[in-house]
Design a protein around this ligand. Structure first.
Ligand code: FES
Length: 180
């Protein structure tokens, strides 16, 4: 009985050592994981809490052209936006067709065809005068951006802001000009 007790008590420290090794490993791995997760999470929290760090394009407007250059005839203008996507920052060139409607209000359409994303042009096909035309599968749209064939939806439009004689463009949104 003595022997059995001794044997039992002599095994105890070994079991404890094995446990503590395992615990050590799990603390180490857990600690590394937490450190890596913090590396990912902290920049996300910074974007969430600090409006200055939010990706541009959300509520920001870019100066594109003088208001006086805009007529009833759609004209194409290119402009750049600075985009921040996580750690990746880039300058992207965008295009807008800017014009006045019948009331004289300035609006700007996206050139991205709502069929499969090719680029539309104004007055580019003699069969569809004074319309936007997509060369890929022949979708065409009215000056308001209304889809006449092939494409399932009207051309999107940019948010427009007029300030100090300049046209500023913001986010792309669903078309507001097409009257159903
Ligand atoms: S992408 Fe424009 S018609 Fe198909």
């Amino acid at each position: 009985m003595h022997d059995a007790h001794n044997k039992h008590s002599s095994e105890k420290p070994i079991t404890r050592r094995e446990m503590s090794r395992r615990q050590f490993l799990s603390y180490t791995l857990g600690g590394t994981g937490a450190f890596m997760a913090a590396g990912i999470t902290i920049p996300m929290i910074r974007f969430a809490v600090d409006p200055m760090l939010q990706p541009s394009g959300e509520g920001t407007f870019v100066k594109v052209v003088e208001e006086s250059k805009i007529t009833n005839e759609p004209k194409s203008f290119k402009f750049q936006i600075h985009q921040v996507d996580g750690w990746y920052e880039s300058d992207i060139e965008l295009e807008a067709w800017i014009m006045k409607d019948d009331k004289g209000d300035i609006y700007a359409l996206s050139p991205v065809c709502k069929h499969l994303g090719c680029t539309v042009n104004w007055n580019a096909d003699p069969r569809y005068p004074n319309q936007f035309f997509c060369p890929c599968h022949e979708a065409h749209y009215t000056k308001d951006g209304k889809n006449m064939a092939v494409a399932p939806a009207p051309l999107d439009e940019y948010k427009v802001k007029l300030e100090n004689g300049f046209v500023y463009l913001g986010k792309v949104q669903p078309n507001q000009h097409v009257t159903k």
